[in-house]
Design a protein around this ligand. Sequence first.
Ligand code: SF4
Length: 511
Amino acid sequence: MRHLITEIQSLGVQVQNKITGRKSGAGPAEGRAFLINNVPVSVPIAADFVSNSPYSLQEKDPGYYLLKNGKPVSDVRVVPEPEFYGLSTEDGIAYQRIALLHGKDCLATTVLQRCIHWKQGRKCSFCATEASLAGKQTIEKKTPDQLAEVAKAARDMDGITHMVLTSGTGDPPGSEIPYLAKCARAVKTHAGIPVQVQIAPPPDLDLMDELKEAGVESLGIHIESFDMDILSKVAPVKAAIGISHYEKAWKKAVQLFGVNQVSSFIIAGLGETVSSIAWGSEFLADLGVYPFVVPLRPIPGSRFETAAPPHPDVMKPVYEAVAKILRDKGLSTQSILAGCARCGACSALSSYENNKKEDLICHSARNQSEKSQAFKIRREVFVREQGLFNVSDQDDNDPDSIHLVAKIKGKIIGTVRVYQEDKTSDHWIGGRLAVEEKFRHTRAGSNLVKEAMKRVQKKGCTVFTAHIQEKNIPFFLKLGWSPIEPVKPHFGQPHQKMQADLDLVLKDIDA
Ligand code: SF4
């Protein structure tokens, strides 16, 4: 089924005239949501490229056959138009100009339909936010009361289970966030459904606290591409924000909303390489951010309106690579409370996820509590068990280190740290590898070392060294490390300085 979803999202489906989709707007514009085995799939049906698709629909009772080159390949249902579309507010605004059904049970709206970047001629190429206003399909500013009224009706009449609040960027950027918080609070109070808010990282990241206080469950902070050359062409304002500010925003958001409740769109088909998508997905997943990879969806009114989505043969290996990253980092669409990654209709990614959880995963410590647990394991090993330090093994390198943790069934059982020799150096130093005694028979130690090698290489490291206790030298030799100094005392115990072979990062090192 996953390949079928990938193909119809890229190629589209030719449909009879009576099946219509949205004409423009954000998200899954110029398309329609189908259900395949009850999985919502948003599919292009009206763009020019769809006329070349081998896929079409044939009516049956009930539902449709999905045909490929005239032969049935699956049963599908078309998500019917929701009943709440028939209602209007007291002052005569149709509910569907306030919010729309997305996928099968998600209510979505662009709260503020104006964007400072459109006004300044710096709009993102894939965005059509203000184009929907010109077409009078929506209103410029939705009020908290309107959103609460529509959300309640959509929940009661059509079984909506969660809601997305997105917005154009305010003037100044970030000024839209308190208003989004007000809207989210109204929806939560009157409809009681989980809400995802989507924002650009504001200059003042503390504004995100207001969303948490309003009861928002999930946050989308979308970078769209990790290829900075591409990003500066298609979304110059996002490129100008810079990846390090995005990283700070994602980290703070994970602290506030939790692992798996923060996501970022990554759009495939902007001209980037597959490796940049995999690199970015791993970067996000390591932080606890869900990389929501979607094929480019050319939206009428956007600069990309005449483009075509990437070919399915491009998307399949992308999804496979990202699904593996999700598994390795312990993320899954299943625990996302609200938003696009929960809806999933614009991407085939969730159908590639193997819901069998990895028993052993490694990632950066994602919050202070995980860091404290890592320090506790180190103290147990280096102070109590080995007596290398009297009270604590923590030192001046810890504040600047990246602390990696290994988890088994969600519990931290091991750790290692890496740090740069100095701020301008490409020499990184590893150390404090510690695994709880009862888990030393697992691959936690070797996975932590491999993860550390991968991490420093991503940071531009060319020389990665560590002082290895004499008894652990064979273990590091097996992982491709080489001695670079003779064995000598270090903290009163024999150690050998060794160097990693970072060329092995891309290979599967067996140990
Ligand atoms: S994934 Fe997001 S944009 Fe796509 S249909 Fe679902 S809620 Fe809408």
